[in-house]
Design a protein around this ligand. Structure first.
Ligand SMILES: C[S@@+](CC[C@H](N)C(=O)[O-])C[C@H]1O[C@@H](n2cnc3c(N)ncnc32)[C@H](O)[C@@H]1O
Length: 275
């Protein structure tokens, strides 16, 4: 991703005041997965990875609380603290939740048994600073679970956007669409953890999203409006042309299909886990 795109997708003010001023854009992206087969229960996978020894869990970049709600309802004995840099995401979440930056956690060291960093590390301008913070707050041997998308995730969306942008600009292929996870993609992201964590494993989740109407895809593409200035093509015209292309495909073959590849990364803080 070019520097101006990385700068924009990691700009804390833009994230807090626009992209995540409320959960509209995040929800649009989450809803596209309603059309995925097979379905994956990511909060359920996190629950499976945590046991009774994980008494305190920090959900970093907790967003609209998908993980926080599940953990609190199914593990009432676990203390789950939500942290997010966008105040607008925290308003509807029950306490304890804190507005803070992942690179400066307001938590004393060696206190947290598990940190979740689900689809959020790619928003950090200095990912290493956050990894150092996560390692600092985790108990020895504590668990980090992160998630992100792979480089080739949703490639049909990339092709659709580039074709639509090309139509608008009168060229073969327009600029690539903004992809948040390009700043922390699955495989390179997991490798990046090696400097700070041990026992790193990647759990890949692949599937297909199939839609028979354009709206879920257009809502997803439209959720990147925050970064319209970095798109390199008029955003609304491109969305409009993408709708026409989607309608043509759906009329011709009955559906539009997107290949997904995302994953969970499990890692352990250095040191022996207390029993
Ligand atoms: C794509 S959402 C993911 C939300 C949630 N973890 C999930 O997977 O459903 C990314 C979240 O990270 C938050 N975030 C972005 N930068 C952050 C930072 N520097 N510190 C803490 N949270 C941040 C955003 O406000 C947003 O709520």
């Amino acid at each position: 991703m070019s520097t101006d795109r990385v700068t924009a997708t990691t700009d804390r003010r833009l994230l807090a005041e626009d992209a995540y001023s409320n959960d509209t854009h995040l929800s649009a992206r989450q809803k596209l997965y309603d059309f995925q087969q097979p379905t994956y229960d990511l909060p359920g996978s996190v629950l499976d990875a945590l046991d009774a020894r994980h008494r305190t869990v920090l959900d970093l970049g907790c967003g609209n609380g998908a993980y926080l709600h599940r953990l609190r309802s199914e593990r009432p004995q676990t203390a789950v603290i939500g942290i997010d840099a966008a105040p607008g995401m925290l308003g509807d979440l029950p306490p304890p939740v804190l507005c803070a930056d992942a690179a400066r956690l307001p938590v004393k060291g060696d206190r947290i048994d598990a940190v979740l960093a689900m689809h959020m590390l790619y928003h950090l301008p200095d990912i290493d600073a956050a990894l150092v913070e996560i390692a600092r707050v985790l108990t020895p041997g504590g668990t980090l679970i992160a998630s992100t998308n792979a480089e080739d995730d949703k490639r049909e969306l990339d092709d659709l956007w580039q074709a639509a942008a090309g139509d608008v600009l009168g060229i073969d292929h327009g600029p690539r669409r903004i992809r948040l996870s390009d700043h922390f993609p699955l495989d390179a992201g997991a490798a990046r953890l090696e400097e700070y964590f041990a026992d790193i494993s990647v759990h890949e989740l692949t599937g297909h999203i199939t839609v028979e109407t354009p709206e879920p895809v257009l809502d997803h593409l439209g959720s990147y409006r925050t970064w319209a200035a970095q798109a390199g093509v008029p955003f609304d015209e491109t969305l409009h042309r993408a709708r026409e292309r989607l309608e043509e495909t759906i009329t011709a073959v009955g559906a539009f299909t997107i290949t997904t590849r995302q994953g969970l990364i499990h890692a352990q803080a250095p040191g022996q886990r207390g029993l």
